[in-house]
Write a protein that binds this ligand. Structure first.
Ligand code: SF4
Length: 422
């Protein structure tokens, strides 16, 4: 289906050439991997300078039902009801740039499902949680989450350029539910300075790249000045929601704080536009290693071809697919969650079928604060002291003999029978 914004002058790279007579899957993959610009859409009369100004984009975000209905008369009743309730749960906000990626004619549009509230968000299951990762219980100081031994999460703001309907931190971001988050950088930095085991600090939020250049630089400089902090990271969705923010000036400031890594968050290949690719290239050119975190979402990316296109397109943008998260059981997210079995099928459709660098680690963040647990399709069919029986990506079975290993120091039991894995 043609996007309305394409009809309004959006541009695209040439789709990658596909061999004549290629399968429908290959054709679909090539189409999903084509870099397009969403164009100006409803903002076609806005001067170029304003459109490319990240402050302008933030000032003109869609934040009310009235704005949304004016721009998108095709809103479904479930979306209208969801938007009416959003300001008490997780606010509505969409940048004009990102809004133009939505297909108004498709209620299942994967971009639309991520940012337009639906009334199903009000359905709460007993096992759903407002803080599924148990962050508040691991927070010694407001804005610091210390859950793993050698690293901390440093929350810098509760604001994002746009709000994802499945956000695991929706109790906090946008302040719609009255969490009233106020970071105190002095206390947060003091905590890190007093904990020499902390060698890795991940700035997150909310979105740290919404801070001004000056404020971000000051914060990074203070963290860099702590001798035991080896490694800085920023988690951000800015290159996807607001690529205009990734200015050459910002990149020039960030490059002073290496080793500095950035984790972006992308769920569907359509989010990787010409503009997003250019923003990511600016960051990569500043020497910043880039990784991506995706959340597995129903009718967004729970499809092998979509996920294959996403991970391959990320590599084209010089971004390593890092994690694929099973969607946390955040309150009101059942309509966006998909099964772990589906996640495993998708992983099996990536491993071996595409470049190893393109394969993320599938993880479940153990509810209640257990941390990330890797989940993999089963490739080890059985194992005993002498041999491992393996299944490869094509389903063929192979044996790895361990006979050459040094003899174990213990006496083998007469009835030795190594456990088998299903
Ligand atoms: S950008 Fe990140 S923190 Fe902000 S709403 Fe989306 S998932 Fe949550």
């Amino acid at each position: 289906m043609q996007l309305e914004s394409e009809a309004l002058g959006a541009s695209a790279d040439e789709p990658p050439a596909s061999p004549s007579g290629c399968s429908p899957d290959l054709q679909r993959l090539a189409d999903l991997k084509t870099f397009r610009s969403p164009g100006r859409g409803f903002w076609r009369d806005v001067p170029e300078r304003d459109w490319n100004d990240w402050h302008w984009q933030l000032r003109h975000r869609i934040t009310t039902l009235e704005q949304l209905q004016r721009l998108m008369p095709t809103l479904a009743p479930e979306e209208i009801a969801g938007t009416q309730l959003a300001n008490h749960k997780l606010a509505l906000a969409i940048t004009p740039y990102f809004f133009n990626l939505i297909d108004p004619a498709d209620e299942l549009c994967p971009i639309r499902r991520q940012v337009i509230p639906r009334v199903e968000e009000m359905n709460l299951a007993p096992w759903e949680l407002t803080d599924p990762c148990g962050e508040d219980a691991h927070s010694p100081v407001p804005g610091i989450v210390h859950r793993y031994p050698d690293r901390v999460l440093f929350l810098v703001t509760d604001r994002c350029a746009a709000y994802c309907r499945y956000c695991t931190r929706s109790r906090l971001v946008s302040n719609a539910s009255g969490y009233d988050f106020h970071p105190d950088f002095d206390r947060q930095i003091e905590y890190i300075a007093q904990h020499p085991e902390v060698r890795d600090v991940l700035l997150s939020g909310g979105d740290p790249l919404l801070l001004s250049d000056e404020k971000l630089e000051q914060l990074l400089a203070r963290l860099r000045a702590i001798p035991h902090v080896e490694f800085l990271r920023i988690g951000t969705r800015i290159p996807i929601f607001l690529p205009q923010r990734v200015t050459p000036e910002l990149c020039a400031r960030l490059r002073r704080f290496h080793p500095l890594f950035i984790s972006i968050h992308t769920n569907h290949p359509r989010e990787l536009t010409l503009e997003a690719r250019a923003a990511l290239e600016r960051l990569a050119d500043a020497g910043i290693p880039l990784g991506n975190q995706s959340v597995l979402l129903r009718h967004v990316n729970d499809d092998v071809i979509v996920m294959r296109a996403l991970v391959q397109k990320l590599l084209l943008c010089r971004v390593k697919p890092y994690y694929l998260y099973q969607c946390d059981p955040i309150a009101g997210s059942a309509h966006l969650r998909t099964s772990v079995a589906r996640g495993l099928e998708i992983m099996a459709g990536l491993r071996g079928h595409t470049t190893g660098y393109a394969v993320p680690q599938y993880v479940i963040d153990a509810p209640g604060g257990g941390g990330k647990v890797p989940v993999n399709p089963e490739y080890v069919l059985s194992r005993n002291r002498d041999r491992v029986v393996l299944r490869n990506y094509e389903g063929r079975v192979y044996e790895y003999i361990e006979g050459a290993s040094p003899a174990p120091a213990y006496k083998r039991s007469e009835n030795f029978d190594a456990p088998e894995f299903d």
